[in-house]
Design a protein around this ligand. Structure first.
Ligand code: AMP
Length: 436
């Protein structure tokens, strides 16, 4: 059974075709910088290494058409023809799994896409305008191309956080705003945190129900999640993916008065301040160099103080989250680093772990330096009280597995029923008991 996975970002479209019989990736890649003159596609197959081609992609539809032709090995120059998989027909694809960023209060699990699911994703575009809309557009493109013959499944970033306790997801603002607008912490990167925490339990040969884990997904977007007994009990991202530690271009946690202060002083509209906090802040805003950690690293080597500050801030904030979540769980068994920075930039891991020696955490510095380029493994010293792992995240595989699960009518019907019950009971919207 072949599953196509599509992950639409605001200006990107990632894809992966997996043979589920052996969970083998047949082809994977991404269209990047969609809508700009410098857009390009990169991809690789099981046999061929990464190829990259500049190609003007005006919008997600053009990117989608391009991916379709790549899968079929059609109408291309030699680079494409010789380096793709050439499906005989699109009907070889059994189902499509979509990564959808925001599932709000609705989706505790993945769902087979029907009109109701589409309506809810649409409603939630208000909370994740760029991502949810891009996801919807791609769902519609698939419907147009495949008709209703191929099932489509939505897998939500927020689902892993559905059962977080209210004390973790509520904000200290007037309660009516929570009821009226659904303002609460939703959490993101859930698919990645769920995947790596389960991998961690497997590596440790332990039942996840016995483990207290903190996973650090550090990439262009970063989040830290506390996983107690297999469930996410708190996470650094919030109502939107802007909260938490400083990221490539996002500011992370901020005293909210800073926002109103800048708005007033600079006479900015909400959209403009949003743009600053999402696109011009974080590592880029502090260093003035780049949002890319590799570029920051180069600048640090040439003595750039602002680049050094950007790194120091990031590491310091991560350390504080790890400390806070260890306290929240009253202990810690394992710490995980994952995603672009977490899997590659060993220097952050070293700095962060050295600050946690008070907890009895110790890494093996040589092992730590060796774990780069997507290699999974343990980096803790034998004497460490807390295990430390670098685990290569695989959101795509997780999405493919969830997609297959929802293809079973028993599972999808059960999920639909449970969702209706939750809606009736207003689950995900906190209601104090009558005595409170
Ligand atoms: P992600 O959002 O997970 O793709 O991560 C992007 C971040 O990871 C960027 O800041 C990159 O600098 C960093 N990164 C990705 N790959 C590498 C690598 N091979 N070596 C060092 N840093 C990397």
């Amino acid at each position: 059974m072949k599953i196509l996975l599509l992950n639409a970002g605001s200006s990107s479209l990632k894809f992966e075709l997996t043979e589920m019989k052996n969970e083998k990736v047949l082809i994977k890649g991404s269209c990047e910088k969609i809508g700009s003159k410098s857009s390009f596609i990169k991809w690789k197959t099981a046999q061929k290494s990464i190829k990259e081609k500049n190609i003007y992609l005006n919008n997600h539809k053009e990117a989608f058409d391009f991916i379709k032709n790549l899968l079929l090995g059609k109408n291309f120059d030699k680079t494409f023809e010789e380096n793709t998989i050439k499906l005989k027909d699109l009907s070889e694809i059994s189902a499509i799994g979509h990564r959808i960023v925001h599932g709000g209060k609705y989706f505790k699990n993945a769902r087979l896409i029907d009109e109701d699911v589409i309506k809810k994703i649409q409603e939630l575009t208000e909370l994740a305008p760029l991502h949810n809309q891009a996801g919807l557009n791609v769902i519609f493109l698939c419907r147009k191309l495949f008709g209703n013959s191929i099932p489509q499944v939505a897998v939500f970033d927020t689902s892993f956080y559905f059962d977080m306790p209210p004390k973790a997801y509520m904000y200290g603002i007037p309660y009516e705003y929570h009821k009226k607008y659904g303002i609460r912490k939703y959490g993101f990167h859930g698919t990645s945190h769920k995947f790596v925490s389960r991998e961690c339990a497997k590596i440790m040969n332990e039942d996840i129900k016995n483990l207290k884990i903190i996973s650090c997904h550090l990439g262009n977007g970063s989040s830290i999640t506390a996983v107690n007994k297999g469930k996410a009990i708190d996470t650094s991202m919030g109502f939107t993916p802007l909260d938490g530690v400083i990221m490539g271009t996002r500011c992370g946690a901020l005293d909210s008065s800073v926002i109103t202060f800048i708005e007033e002083k600079e006479k900015l509209k909400p959209k403009e301040i949003n743009e600053i906090l999402n696109k011009k802040s974080g590592l880029l805003g502090i260093s003035g160099v780049s949002n890319d950690d590799r570029e920051i690293m180069k600048s640090i080597k040439s003595g750039n103080d602002r680049a050094i500050l950007a790194h120091d801030m990031m590491d310091y904030q991560i350390i504080k989250y790890i400390g806070a979540y260890s306290a929240a769980m009253n202990g810690l068994d394992a710490l995980i680093f994952t995603a672009g920075i977490g899997e590659n930039q060993w220097i952050h891991r070293e700095v962060i772990c050295e600050s946690l020696s008070f907890m009895g955490l110790k890494i093996d510095k040589t092992l730590n330096k060796e774990k780069i380029l997507g290699e999974t493994g343990e980096i803790s010293d034998k004497s460490s009280k807390i295990k430390v792992f670098v685990i290569s995240t695989n959101e795509e595989l997780m999405i493919a597995r969830e997609t297959v699960k929802q293809l079973n009518p028993k599972n999808s019907e059960k999920e639909k029923e449970k969702e209706k019950e939750r809606e009736k009971d207003n689950v995900g919207v906190y209601s104090p008991s009558p005595s409170q």
